[in-house]
Design a protein around this ligand. Structure first.
Ligand code: ZN
Length: 105
């Protein structure tokens, strides 16, 4: 009784392994997987040449509530501006304008 219930979940989660993925040619989801929306760099869109650490309201929008820096994948910023943003955030942290971390709620 107890053994069966333990075994079944492990077999279902097995396809996460790379070997199992290679065996399956077609995707189980026949419908469209997701609709991608074009991400635009917020800094480019606002035509800001250099991200200023003094503009902390704007810089803050690239951090999580916990104080973590949001990745490029999530915000859609270009590489050049992401570099400037991280620098600005780190500068603001050092100046105690932005937090290094905040406790989770
Ligand atoms: Zn940009």
């Amino acid at each position: 009784m107890s053994e069966e219930t333990k075994v079944t979940p492990t077999t279902e989660t097995a396809p996460a392994a790379p070997a199992a993925r290679a065996e399956r040619p077609a995707r189980p989801f026949g419908k469209k997987r997701f609709e991608s929306r074009r991400k635009v760099c917020k800094v480019c869109a606002e035509k800001i040449d250099n991200v200023d650490y003094k503009n902390f309201q704007f810089v803050k929008s690239f951090t999580m509530e916990s104080g973590k820096i949001l990745s490029r994948r999530i915000t859609g910023t270009c590489a050049k501006h992401q570099r400037q943003i991280t620098k600005a955030i780190k500068r603001d942290r050092n100046l105690a304008i932005l937090p290094y971390s905040l406790p989770k709620k």
